[in-house]
Design a protein around this ligand. Sequence first.
Ligand code: SF4
Length: 284
Amino acid sequence: KDFRNNVKPNWCPGCGDFSVQVAIQRAAANIGLEPDDLTVVSGIGCSGRISGYINSYGFHGVHGRVLPIAQGVKMGNRDLTVIAAGGDGDGFAIGMGHTIHAIRRNIDLTYIVMDNQIYGLTKGQTSPRSDVGFKTKSTPKGSIEPNLSIMEMALTAGASFVAQSFSTDLKELISIIEQGIQHKGFSFINVFSPCVTYNKVNTYDWFKENLVDLNEIEKYDTENRIMAMKTVMENNGLVKGLIYQDKQKPSYQELAYGYSEIPLNHFKLKLKEDKFNELMAEFI
Ligand code: SF4
């Protein structure tokens, strides 16, 4: 159950993504998965490299298309545990359409966003998660667009599992990823994962000062969607912990006609050899 491989990450020293990688590896081991039970699908961005740093099946996809690929993998082989991973630019800009519809579709997989509120790989431009006034090379006078309220979006789209964490809180992050994997449906986990090279505002210290721990809110009820929405709004989205979980909501697989009887990976390919060769010739 060793999910480490011998590939050395080339993230900058201190990047928040290191902790997310370790948390995924430990969570998978803690719940008893074997490396060939797990597929990690990633997008484009610094965080997208993560699929190459974990000893499991991996698929480094294209920009903003983490979720179509991850959903296809899960629908094709329901025996796999599927984790989709990417950054805030990947998931909330070019990939936003997929994010919203994957949330409402509720296919049983876990989506982890490494949210650093900036585009790191392209050397520091504003992302949909940057705050108003945030100065970068692309916004030298400060961003004039509001920060996208991602937790409100997820709750509004009908998410069955919504959580937020911080990359230095490794114990909590591992626990949340374990809960997300075990959740029967789509689990959406946003992780504040600071970019130490380009984001000098939303730093580790900034998050420590500003994040509100839901475990410290008296009588916070993770099954109460209205309370979840109210708490997120009152705190400007800066909360951490399990925000909301609906354990009763059926997953897409439970509702999809015929899925349970005939998973795609059990289909036998009935393609005659000459037809197969003809099809392949088109790609050579
Ligand atoms: Fe991490 Fe930022 Fe470096 Fe990318 S540029 S590896 S996000 S610290």
